[in-house]
Design a protein around this ligand. Structure first.
Ligand SMILES: CC(C)(COP(=O)(O)OP(=O)(O)OC[C@H]1O[C@@H](n2cnc3c(N)ncnc32)[C@H](O)[C@@H]1OP(=O)(O)O)[C@@H](O)C(=O)NCCC(=O)NCCS
Length: 142
């Protein structure tokens, strides 16, 4: 099931975040962010196990995806798709959804393209000297 993360879930989210970015715990003060009205973390939980999460910020016009992560042993069983689908279904018409992804992260790029995100620009030498794509999806009524 999908739920919004609560304080008690943060330790598990930090552990997953650290697999994504070494300094995740230091650079993301999730306790503070969860207290804002613009930042959200969705978790996918089954049998009390958090299997993946999706974090993003929301303004009137733009949703910015920060991170999406699924634990290795649960990948390719559509958990990321379910998380994204949930976020998109709760977004507003004409809200843009934006993200940055390393140019060689084929799994993630495939995932985003499956949800009709398009590459709109490239940030040069963004991740450890690697280029990153900026991808965008406009939430119209398709
Ligand atoms: C990218 C990631 C979130 C995908 O999670 P997942 O739950 O395995 O994804 P899903 O099962 O929902 O797959 C959805 C689509 O993603 C793409 N995809 C997923 N795994 C893939 C793989 N191993 N190879 C190629 N494409 C893949 C496919 O298009 C897939 O659609 P399909 O099932 O119709 O083929 C997961 O691999 C992950 O956590 N990776 C490490 C973190 C990361 O890179 N996050 C993105 C940072 S921007």
């Amino acid at each position: 099931m999908i739920a919004e993360a609560k304080i008690n879930d943060l330790n598990e989210i930090y552990k997953m975040g650290e697999k994504l970015h070494q300094n995740y715990r230091k650079t993301n003060k999730l306790e503070d962010l969860l207290n804002t009205n613009y930042f959200k973390i969705l978790i996918y939980k089954e049998n009390d196990i958090i299997k993946g999460f999706l974090s993003f910020s929301v303004t009137e016009d733009i949703i910015d995806i920060y991170d999406i992560y699924v634990k290795e042993e649960y990948r390719q069983s559509h958990i990321a798709s379910i998380l994204l689908d949930y976020m998109i279904s709760n977004s507003k018409i004409n809200q843009k959804i934006m993200l940055e992804v390393e140019e060689d992260n084929i799994k993630a790029i495939n995932l985003y393209q499956k949800f009709n995100f398009n590459i709109i620009n490239t940030r040069k030498k963004y991740y450890h000297g690697k280029d990153a794509y900026i991808m965008e999806r406009v939430n119209n009524s398709e």
